[in-house]
Design a binder for this molecule. Structure first.
Ligand code: MG
Length: 250
């Protein structure tokens, strides 16, 4: 399947992206101390139903839910649970997507619930978002994946953050994960070429420690090996002749 989307597919992805962003925004507004990660997931599932869209993460490689929710030292791919309660000061990562008219968009944010426990937690969140923005700025017709990785890495390493390497951004649209990989590190001028009409997910993952992660016994959740806090942001973007268009924006 070609990586370049048709105008009709792009139109569907624009709509898909707006719905994805709206639902994530709603969850961000609703999350509060005392809720479980399952409470949030049920809210996401209800929104999917209300919008009449599909949940591309549900059943993907056997994944059991519509959303991935990761707390604190969990980097990504946390499975919602009724017994996982969100506390004041927790760093909450929401990774969510919808499928609309066959087209998938993928989006993630990090938010701190209530009062941050440490100033550096808030900084980690803000700077990881800045790194995503730097990655997006590097996107244009005939850019290469290494241009994005280098931009993200430079932004995160300014602060000595760990840049997670075991997980990467990716092409997205017909499937949750398509070619090419979009690493959050690398050299400018290296890697596969991008061109107008392609849709990719850029998703920096940063830690207050080093870059190493491991997978929990549930076989999904990635945690930092050193127990340090982690943040994650993700946008699905369209590469255009003029540059880039963020699809998972409100
Ligand atoms: Mg993704």
């Amino acid at each position: 399947m070609t990586q370049v989307k048709t105008p009709a597919e792009i139109a569907a992805m624009r709509q898909s992206g707006k719905i994805t962003a709206s639902i994530v925004q709603l969850l961000k507004e609703r999350v509060e101390p005392g809720m479980s990660t399952m409470d949030l997931a049920l809210l996401a599932a209800a929104e999917i139903k209300a919008y009449g869209v599909e949940a591309p993460f549900l059943g993907y490689m056997g994944y059991p839910d519509v959303i991935l929710i990761s707390l604190n030292d969990e980097v990504v791919h946390g499975i919602p649970r009724a017994d996982r309660v969100i506390n004041d000061g927790d760093i909450v990562k929401l990774d969510f997507g919808v499928k609309y008219q066959g087209m998938i968009t993928d989006h993630a944010i990090t938010t701190i619930v209530g009062k941050p426990r440490q100033k550096r937690h808030q900084q980690l969140v803000e700077r990881t978002l800045t790194a995503l923005e730097a990655g997006i700025m590097a996107v244009h017709d005939r850019a290469r994946t290494g241009d994005i990785g280098a931009a993200v890495q430079a932004e995160l390493e300014r602060w000595n953050y760990g840049v997670v390497r075991d997980l990467v951004g990716h092409g997205v649209g017909h499937s949750v994960h398509e070619d090419p990989d979009i690493p959050n590190y690398g050299r400018a001028g290296s890697g596969p070429w991008l061109k107008a009409g392609m849709t990719i997910a850029i998703e920096p993952m940063a830690t207050l420690g080093d870059h190493r992660v491991y997978v929990a016994d549930d076989e999904w959740t990635y945690l930092t090996q050193d127990g340090s806090m982690a943040a994650h942001f993700e946008h699905t973007v369209l590469i255009t002749q003029e540059g880039v268009e963020v699809l998972t924006a409100l």
